[in-house]
Every structure is written in structure tokens, then in C-alpha cells.
Write a protein that binds this ligand. Structure first.
Ligand SMILES: NC(=O)NCCC(=O)O
Ligand SMILES: [Zn+2]
Length: 427
């Protein structure tokens, strides 16, 4: 993804290699239109995706509005297999759109049967918050969190929910990071509105303390939007996930290396926003949610995978181990762990926001093995595979087997709690 004057350090190949190493076997990336053109953006991303080593799908961002965009949305849905569009309420001056455009976009999604997705922060208020921080002389990464507090996420979430309700169209809130946003989603769902809330790995397991680290590189690696919140928010998001208030776990994998993050060494507003997570998501959700007893193994499969397949209409090709479904499996040993580190991860990023945390190994002691249709015998990654873009927006299945059970290609899969699923990430 091109963002904030630079481009993510992971491309389709390295991002997907990281995903596969971490037990995720398909992703849906966000296409950013090229100068507002959906078809040009789509072609650009098809070109980038030539480097793919696993299956993928596309969402698309809508960053401006006119008759051409409206017509192109129709083409994307009817001819290109895109069934979800993202609207940014933040990033004033670049990706942000106003309420008028949001309403147009929601109406168009409704008429096309597509799912509207929203990045929910009040971009005008964030802009004001950033000015305030700079005026106070706060230029470091902590200024990022201070300038865009949870109330601005709550406000934008509530506004998007109400406007989606006004248009009467379903809504998906991406990267839910705060109690404020989660409570708006809870209220809407209780009232019967179809609102889907997606927390991401970073919001569930990290807190904002890293942003105050005196070492710039360390602090800057935690800069993402909405920001990683103060202690307490993550725990509340975990509880919301386990009780069904939030529906699935994504990653928003969007990596920049230290030299890119250093663009903002004198001004936090210039630090490219984004953190890693696609390689760590399955480990972290297992570790945080299953091992703590907050969710069952069956829940784990649903939250990391099946739910996503259902929401994006990919089930049962993905999200199920059934005749005709894709045979994507992951195998790990819950009793054996390794240390997560930038030194050994598969992303191209030179930092890892989960440095020092632990993940599970495969039965052979290596990273998890995961692959679509062809299991890798020794846990190694594919050098080049035969990926496909699922034009009917089908996803990939991941089966989690808690008992380490070595599979060989063609073997009948037996498990006491086998299931399947999917995830999405953005590169
Ligand atoms: N989330 C983030 O900080 N970077 C990716 C762009 C976005 O999705 O907002
Ligand atoms: Zn976003």
C-alpha cells in the first residue's frame, strides 16, 4: 500500500510469506484507487499481486465521489468480484471523506449489495488534536496517541453507525481499538442494527506504553491508527470478542521499517501509520484468548476464520472442512513455544511490535505449517506457489488442530475440534 508518502515494506510475496508462516492462508487486501480511479487502482493491485504465494481477495477504498466512481463501483462488484468498500473518516487531506460522500457511498453499497466498511476516527478533530500537540511542543510518537484519543474513535463509530442506519445498510467497522467504539457497536447491535466490529491483534494484546519509550525507533514502531490504547481497552475488546459483541479478529498488517518510521523523527504526524500482525495473529489470539479460558477452541476457529468467510461470502469454499472446500490447514503443538522476534519473522520489517512474546511451534518444532491444498512436509515456506485471486471473493480455510497431529497430503483429517476459517489484512 502507498501511504503517507511511502510504500509498505511488505509486498504481496513477503506479506503472504509472513501470513503463511503464522497460519493464515488467505487475506483480503485494500485496493487504494489511483488518483481516485477505481479501475486504475484495481489494475495496479492486480500487478502487485502477481508476486502472490497464496490466495487473496480485494476490498476497495473509496476516496472521492462523482459519477465515474459510482459507475466504477458497479463494475467492481459486477465484473471484478469485489464485495466490500472501505471509507476513511480519518487522514484529512489524503484518504478522508466527508459525511456527504459517506452517505453516497453507503447508498451505493446498499444498491449493489456490497458491504460498507469504515475507518472510524473524526479526521477534522484529529487534525485539531495534532495542531494542539505541536503547539505544546509534543513532537514524539506519544503525540500520536494524545492527538487522537478514544473519544474521536467513539464519535466517528457512532456517526458511521447512525448514517448506515439512516441508509439502512449493514456496516463493518475495521480495526476497533477502544472501549468507546466497541460500546457504540454493542448499542447498535442490541438495537437490532447489522453492525460488524473487527478488533485487530494489536488492539487486543498491546497497550500504549510503547509509544512513550524514550527510544524513537521503539516508540515509532507502535504508531498506527486508530492508536493502540491505554491499558484496559485491550481487555475490554477481548471480553467483547468472547461475548459476541465483536465478531472476528483481523490484523491491519501494514508494515514500515525503521528508516520509513524515521520520516517522523521531528514530527509524529509524519510517522507512517501501521504495525505488523499477520504472522502473529493466530499465535496471539490462541495465547490471549484460548489459554486464558476466555474462548473455546471452536470459538478460536470461528473468530480467526469461519466468521470472516461467512461475512465476505466465501463460505464454504473457505471456512469449512467439507467436500469441495479448500484444504488449508494449520498444525501446531500447544505445548511447545518459540519467541516472536524481528530477527526471525518473515515480514520484511526490521521491527516487530510483539517482540519477546511467545507463539506456538509446529509438531516438528518449527513455525506453523500452513498451505493451501498442498501441505508442506517440513514446515518450510513455498518459494513460489500457484495463488489465485478469488474473484467471487472466496477465502481460504484454516483448520486448527489443538492436538498436534501430523498430516500428510491426502490423509483423511481427523480432529476433535477441527474447523476452518479466514482472515483479512492490508499490506
Ligand atoms: N491502520 C494504520 O495505521 N495503517 C493502515 C491504514 C489504515 O487502514 O488506516
Ligand atoms: Zn484504516
Amino acid at each position: 500500500m502507498e501511504f503517507m508518502g511511502t510504500e509498505t515494506i511488505d509486498d504481496f510475496f513477503s506479506g503472504q510469506a509472513a501470513a503463511l508462516a503464522g497460519g493464515t492462508t488467505m487475506h483480503i487486501d485494500f485496493v487504494i484507487p489511483a488518483n481516485g480511479s477505481l479501475s486504475a487502482g484495481f489494475e495496479t493491485y492486480l500487478g502487485k499481486a502477481k508476486r502472490s504465494c497464496m490466495d487473496y481477495g480485494f476490498h476497495m477504498a473509496i476516496t472521492k465521489w462523482d459519477e465515474t466512481v459510482s459507475r466504477e463501483m458497479e463494475v467492481m462488484v459486477k465484473e471484478k468480484g469485489i464485495n466490500s468498500f472501505k471509507f476513511f473518516l480519518a487522514y484529512k487531506g489524503s484518504l478522508m471523506i466527508n459525511d456527504e460522500l459517506l452517505l453516497e457511498g453507503f447508498k451505493k453499497c446498499k444498491s449493489l449489495g456490497a458491504l460498507a466498511m469504515v475507518h472510524a476516527e473524526n479526521g477534522d478533530a484529529v487534525f485539531e488534536g495534532q495542531k494542539r500537540m505541536i503547539e505544546l511542543g509534543i513532537t514524539g510518537p506519544e503525540g500520536h496517541a494524545l492527538s487522537r484519543p478514544p473519544v474521536l474513535e467513539g464519535e466517528a463509530t457512532a456517526r458511521a453507525i447512525r448514517l448506515a442506519g439512516f441508509v439502512n445498510t449493514p456496516l463493518y467497522i475495521v480495526h476497533v481499538m477502544s472501549i468507546d467504539a466497541m460500546e457504540e457497536i454493542a448499542k447498535a447491535r442490541k438495537s437490532g442494527q447489522r453492525v460488524i466490529g473487527e478488533p485487530v491483534a494489536s488492539g487486543l494484546v498491546l497497550d500504549d506504553s510503547g509509544l512513550w519509550d524514550p527510544d524513537f525507533d521503539t516508540a515509532a514502531k507502535f504508531v498506527m491508527s486508530p492508536p493502540i490504547r491505554a491499558p484496559g481497552h485491550g481487555k475490554a475488546l477481548q471480553a467483547a470478542l468472547s461475548t459476541g459483541v465483536l465478531q472476528l479478529v483481523g490484523t491491519d498488517h501494514c508494515t514500515f521499517n525503521s528508516t520509513q518510521k524515521a520520516f517522523g523523527i521531528d514530527d509524529f504526524r509524519k510517522i507512517p501509520n501501521g504495525v505488523n500482525g499477520v504472522e502473529e495473529r493466530m499465535h496471539l489470539v490462541w495465547d490471549t484468548m484460548v489459554e486464558s479460558g476466555q474462548i473455546s477452541v471452536t470459538d478460536y476457529v470461528r473468530l480467526t476464520s469461519t466468521e470472516c468467510a461467512r461475512i465476505f461470502n466465501i463460505y464454504p469454499r473457505k471456512g469449512a472442512i467439507l467436500p469441495g472446500s479448500d484444504a488449508d490447514v494449520i498444525i501446531f503443538n500447544p505445548n511447545s513455544s518459540f519467541e516472536i522476534s524481528a530477527a526471525s519473522h518473515h515480514s520484511r520489517s526490521d521491527t516487530n511490535v510483539y517482540e519477546g512474546r511467545r507463539g506456538k511451534t509446529s509438531p516438528g518444532g518449527k513455525t506453523w505449517r500452513s498451505h493451501h491444498a498442498a501441505l508442506i512436509a517440513d514446515g518450510s515456506l513455498p518459494s513460489k506457489a500457484l495463488p489465485s485471486r478469488l474473484t467471487d471473493v472466496r477465502y481460504i480455510a484454516v483448520m486448527s488442530i489443538a492436538e498436534a497431529h501430523l498430516l500428510i497430503p491426502g490423509e483423511v483429517i481427523r480432529t476433535s475440534h477441527g474447523s476452518v476459517g479466514t482472515t483479512h489484512m492490508s499490506l
